[in-house]
Design a protein around this ligand. Structure first.
Ligand code: AMP
Length: 284
């Protein structure tokens, strides 16, 4: 397939997926909310290595935004997105409407119970229920063999992986590394809302994560003292940032650790004015 096929209706995507499967083609899914950047495109490129056809989905999912969050402000660039997907080699784009995804009578949700209580789930209590519900629907519509997600959204990746295993979906679940700007800031569609001054300060988040990894490599294991160093770096280099949390967790279980052992991820969330950024790094 050389051209880009765009589907909007759920039934159209279901038929296309069924047709591809009948032809023996494997399908990879890359779920996104659009406003695509290199981070998303890296998932599409990786998907092309793992399957015959990559279906990128673009859907700004209302159920994962709380009423006070930025649903209406979320950036949208449909034409730019299609061009980028085409250039990356993606073959299919599924762009459903909210009205079709959530008709008036809709009332079925899927939720992962425990992994969603901490970190982002602690600050955004209804967020992951929306994420798991929409991704479950997208899996059922697209019927992928492979699904690709970014480590950028570490907890989301772990929650969705848990859901995929628990629901027995025969999907190869792939987590891809975070793509960053040259100065270390993780690419995010929200970065465009940073003021020039906040944009200048924002790489401090990654600097703090790198410092944590360095301390662990030097033999430090006390999470509280590593957190202090991270807070000092952010306080110094990003005085405008308000840190929501810094956490050290076991990679898969998200259990908090106070003594850094193997497979530990440091993650953080910080606000620059109304722009909330998250980032993480595997430090052990
Ligand atoms: P979003 O459109 O923000 O919902 O993200 C769609 C997918 O792209 C998710 O799996 C994200 O984790 C992933 N993603 C977002 N930013 C990055 C990045 N900087 N590097 C790698 N993957 C990313």
């Amino acid at each position: 397939m050389t051209t880009l096929t765009v589907t909007n209706a759920i039934i159209a995507q279901q038929e296309l997926s069924r047709r591809l499967a009948r032809k023996g083609k494997t399908i990879a899914i890359v779920p996104t909310m659009g406003a695509l950047h290199e981070g998303h495109l890296s998932l599409i490129r990786r998907g092309l290595k793992k399957a015959d056809v990559v279906v990128t989905t673009i859907f700004v999912n209302p159920t994962q935004f709380a009423p006070n969050e930025d649903l209406n402000r979320y950036p949208r660039d449909p034409q730019g997105d299609l061009n980028k997907i085409k250039q990356a080699g993606g073959q299919v784009v599924f762009i459903p409407s909210a009205a079709e995804m959530y008709p008036e009578a809709f009332e079925t949700y899927i939720s992962v119970e425990n992994l969603t209580r901490t970190l982002e789930g602690g600050v955004r209590p209804t967020h992951f229920r929306g994420v798991t519900t929409v991704v479950a629907k997208l899996f059922n519509i697209v019927r992928p063999d492979v699904a690709l997600f970014g480590m950028k959204d570490y907890q989301q990746a772990m929650v969705l992986k848990r859901m995929t295993v628990d629901m027995n979906w025969p999907i190869d679940f792939v987590i891809c590394p975070t793509v960053r700007e040259k100065d270390g800031l993780a690419l995010s569609s929200r970065n465009r809302f940073l003021s020039p001054e906040s944009r200048r300060q924002a790489p401090a988040l990654y600097l703090a994560l790198r410092a944590a990894r360095r301390l662990v490599r030097e033999g430090k294991t006390d999470a509280a003292s590593i957190e202090n160093t991270m807070r000092a770096i952010i306080g110094q280099d990003a005085p405008s940032a308000i840190v929501d949390y810094i956490a050290f967790t076991e990679m898969e279980t998200l259990r908090p650790v106070s003594i850094i052992g193997k497979q530990t991820v440091a993650s953080l969330a910080a606000r620059f004015g109304t722009v909330r950024l998250i980032d993480n790094l595997k430090i052990a």
